[in-house]
Ligand binder design. Structure first.
Ligand SMILES: NC(=O)c1ccc[n+]([C@@H]2O[C@H](COP(=O)([O-])OP(=O)(O)OC[C@H]3O[C@@H](n4cnc5c(N)ncnc54)[C@H](OP(=O)(O)O)[C@@H]3O)[C@@H](O)[C@H]2O)c1
Length: 154
């Protein structure tokens, strides 16, 4: 349905539920697929059909982010699409969530996303898997199994 041949996509949290689906679907659509994860990235990349690369990436680490983009560019050239998919979710009441857990959510989901944008700029597309803006973005669209839509953010 979609043709991403020649496009390079980096997916964070690639070994998670949605990350694995996104990696598989982009690869099947012809993309140069960079599976980025804290563990198991190489194993996932080896299972993908198309051109692929596994990189170790903790999204809260600026050096990991920079190195992941450098390795991507060395292998495939400029990064076209970044998917900020990695996330940490803690559900509970304000009173019940320990402060260190609250900080971990922000470190992963907010600061981690910012570091991704900084390292990846000027990628053509940046998708936040959990954002309404990604869902409602217009233009060239990709709908993954989770129903997310990919489009330009500017
Ligand atoms: N599933 C849904 O119904 C749904 C609905 C709306 C939005 N979303 C969004 O979709 C995205 C993925 O959700 P999911 O359901 O696939 O969750 P998931 O299976 O829990 O996957 C989350 C991934 O994020 C990774 N991660 C967490 N902290 C990280 C860090 N510091 N550095 C690198 N990776 C880290 C985890 O890696 P580790 O294995 O190393 O912990 C895991 O692979 C999230 O942004 C979520 O908010 C999901």
């Amino acid at each position: 349905m979609f043709d991403f041949t020649g496009k390079t996509v980096l997916i964070t949290g690639a070994t998670g539920a949605l990350g694995t689906t996104l990696s598989t679907r982009f690869s099947a659509a012809g993309a140069n697929t960079v599976a980025a994860a804290r563990t198991g990235a190489d194993r996932l990349a080896a299972q993908l059909d198309g051109p692929s690369l596994g990189v170790r990436l903790d999204v809260t680490s600026e050096s990991d982010r920079t190195e992941a983009v450098q390795r991507t560019e060395e292998r495939f050239g400029p990064l076209d699409i970044l998917i900020n998919n990695a996330a940490y979710l803690r559900v509970g009441t304000v009173e019940s969530i320990p402060l260190d857990e609250f900080q971990r959510v922000f470190d992963t989901d907010v600061t981690g996303a910012l570091l991704g944008i900084r390292a990846a700029a000027p990628a053509d597309f940046i998708l936040f898997a959990a954002s309404d803006r990604a869902r409602f973005a217009t233009g060239s669209e990709l709908v993954a199994d989770g129903g997310f839509t990919l489009g330009p953010l500017s």
